[in-house]
Design a protein around this ligand. Structure first.
Ligand SMILES: Cc1cc2nc3c(=O)[nH]c(=O)nc-3n(C[C@H](O)[C@H](O)[C@H](O)COP(=O)(O)O)c2cc1C
Length: 356
């Protein structure tokens, strides 16, 4: 397996960066289940200059587990990106990943995210300046192009390769496609054939199972496989990719409990309080917000299990830590796989609002 900069990863499976999901507690869980790399969600380069507690939330990582620590930046200006990367390095980043795939208009209209695919020269400059300013390996995540008429991923690979990119991940859909249709893996094969062993290629898009991952490697020759949505509520997928078992009910329950506890600590520490509140009210508000922001994870963990929709309904009314702890223990310890799971509309919704 080709190394990423100086890092030889323990296997080829990478957790995709996912906004609102790839926070420290979930990344740690994925690492513990076997993922070899778990980049942060996208972090604004501009935001890094105004370091406040909200931005710090994104920068926090677990030094013991998260090795190497890859931090994803988005922004359109090479100079700003380089300065932000220097700050990220001071906070511990070992790899800087650049988001060149985000389709959201607010991001692309500033020339960032997939907007950089419309200006390959500037994209190359971003990599060059970050490398020069930090000396860190710089990886990039792209889509296959802006739209069906501009699938310029090979040109991007040339420009980024010349700038010294350490690895290139491609979500094999265009920006215009969003999440519709199927990821076109033949484009990943084209990319790998084009680049050869100059730097590693990370294939991404629609890997849902162990078999999919094997098929992606086999049919495209990609060096690494990046998995996003299929890992939601299923960090054990990484273990299964390495030949491990599905979790038992007891293990699933224990891991969800642990994730919830870590999420509560993480989210309380990172809370931005706009108004001055007495300590008791503040603690109450922290608890409520922590509980609410964990709902989507609980929905994903329950997906495919018998009674998932009743469980989701219960969780949507939960307000306290105790409400969630009681509900999740009751549900996950007795869980049975649903023979006919109703496709979770909640999950679909989150996919549609996704950023990358
Ligand atoms: C909820 C969600 C948030 C995402 N946020 C990011 C992000 O912050 N940065 C990024 O590069 N891609 C982001 N993506 C895109 C994923 O990294 C990945 O490219 C995409 O989901 C396709 O892979 P998959 O089919 O394995 O899910 C996000 C996707 C989802 C579903």
């Amino acid at each position: 397996m080709l190394p990423i900069g100086p890092y030889t990863l323990k296997n080829r499976y990478i957790l995709a960066p996912m906004a609102g999901v790839s926070e420290m507690p979930f990344r740690v869980l994925a690492f513990q289940q076997g993922a070899a790399l778990c980049p942060t969600e996208l972090i604004s380069a501009q935001g890094l200059f105004r370091i406040n507690s909200r931005t710090l939330r994104y920068l926090r990582f677990d030094k013991q587990v998260e090795q190497p620590y890859s931090l994803q930046l988005f922004g359109g200006e090479p100079e700003v990106m380089a300065k932000a990367a220097v700050i990220a390095k001071e906070y511990g980043a070992q790899i800087i990943d650049i988001n060149m795939g985000c389709p959201v208009k607010k991001v692309t209209k500033t020339g960032a995210g997939s907007g950089l695919m419309c200006d390959p020269a500037r994209a190359g400059e971003v990599v060059r300046q970050i490398k020069a300013a930090t000396g860190l390996p710089v990886t990039v995540k792209i889509r296959s192009g802006w739209d069906a008429n501009q699938k310029n991923f090979l040109q991007m690979a040339d420009v980024l390769g010349a700038a010294g990119v350490a690895a290139l991940a491609m979500h094999a859909r265009t920006r215009a496609q969003g999440y519709s249709g199927k990821a076109d893996w033949s484009l990943i094969a084209d990319l790998k054939r084009h680049v050869g062993n100059a730097f590693p290629i990370i294939g991404n898009g629609d890997v849902k199972t162990v078999e999919d991952a094997a098929r992606m490697v086999e049919t495209t020759g990609c060096d690494y496989v990046m998995i996003g949505r299929a890992a939601l509520g299923n960090p054990w997928l990484f273990r299964q990719l390495l030949g491990g078992e599905k979790p038992t009910n007891e293990e699933r329950c224990e891991v969800v409990q642990r994730h919830f506890r870590q999420h509560m600590v993480f989210s309380a520490e990172a809370r931005v309080h706009r108004e001055e509140l007495p300590p008791e009210q503040r603690a109450r508000k922290d608890e409520q917000q922590g509980v609410h922001s964990f709902r989507s994870h609980l929905g994903w963990y329950a997906h495919g299990l018998h009674g998932a929709s009743a469980f989701r309904a219960r969780i949507n009314h939960a307000d306290t830590k105790k409400d969630v702890e009681d509900a999740l223990e009751q549900f996950f310890l007795g869980a049975n796989t649903d023979e006919n799971p109703v496709e979770g509309s909640e999950q679909e919704l989150d996919y549609r609002t996704a950023l990358g």
